[in-house]
Design a protein around this ligand. Sequence first.
Ligand code: NAD
Length: 325
Amino acid sequence: MKILVTGGSGYIGSFTSKSLLDKDYEVVIADDLERGHKEVLDKRATLEQGNLLDKDFVAYLFQKHKFDGVIHFAGYISMAESTERPYMYFENNVFTAINLLDNMYRNGVNNFIFSSTAGVYGSPKYTPIPEDHPKNPENPYGESKLIVERILSWSNKIHGISFAALRYFNASGAALDGSMGEGHNPETHIIPNAIKAALKGTDFILYGEDYDTPDKTCVRDYIHVLDLAEAHILALNKLIKDKGEYFYNVGTGKGYSNKEVIEMVKMVSGIDFKVNIAGRRPGDANILVADPTRIQKELSFRPYHSSLGTIVETAWLWHKKSLNN
Ligand SMILES: NC(=O)c1ccc[n+]([C@@H]2O[C@H](COP(=O)([O-])OP(=O)(O)OC[C@H]3O[C@@H](n4cnc5c(N)ncnc54)[C@H](O)[C@@H]3O)[C@@H](O)[C@H]2O)c1
């Protein structure tokens, strides 16, 4: 089966491409490499370099290849940046999806997996969060993902395009041998930033110590990128078997506070870096923990690599290696 993986030179896309290739799927990666890394591209994949906002480029992809499905990772991912540059986020995250869907419809491609986010829920009214929890995004990034989810429902109703919107909680971790990992620019995620503080001897900035949680710091649900990659393959198989529209939380159901994450990074690295407390970031909820019952029941999803220890150990291994290269 031939799968178009957009954003396949980015963090989650590169891991999912590798998992697909290991399972003998044919993979075409479409990425403009603006925020991705050419060196993570798997040699077994075909790279089509271009911007998915360019309608001619997207039309060319579907003329050249006969895809059985599309996994759409490409997009901008920073909540904070989206509050400064909302139009850039709406344009890139919404119009890339429309360009793909339009060409899928014209070329009879019916299976779409979408990288959505826990950010569609906003500050939750209750936790753990099930998929039918009210949606109330608190920044343009989360809103852009919710808009695409709604467009997908219309695509399913009108053109019969089946889709799974995977609402990731916190993607994290690296390859078990440290050969691939997370490299965002800008980097806003706590684990890579705490590891960088440990490696470079800089202070770590902790945003907010006045949340309504047991240790007063935010609580998040971390999902290892290898488990996340597997969730995409399970969702793809589901679409091929049972047409329709599906929404899944991809998390573990267990939360860790920012302080627990920092302690884990200090323990794994053996380095005691300084933590400076800054004010809250706008839109950061107290607790964001998934209720993963649906994906566990319907797709038999099991997050084998998502203990905080494994996540931080693999991330540490990768960051240490990449600093030495
Ligand atoms: N990382 C997380 O914790 C997280 C959480 C929730 C959702 N997501 C979603 O998962 C997806 C992948 O996230 P990631 O962490 O791998 O991001 P990433 O920034 O590492 O990868 C995104 C890739 O998309 C490419 N890209 C962006 N816009 C493009 C365009 N217009 N045309 C072609 N290529 C383009 C970039 O060059 C990059 O390689 C994103 O859609 C993100 O919103 C990520």
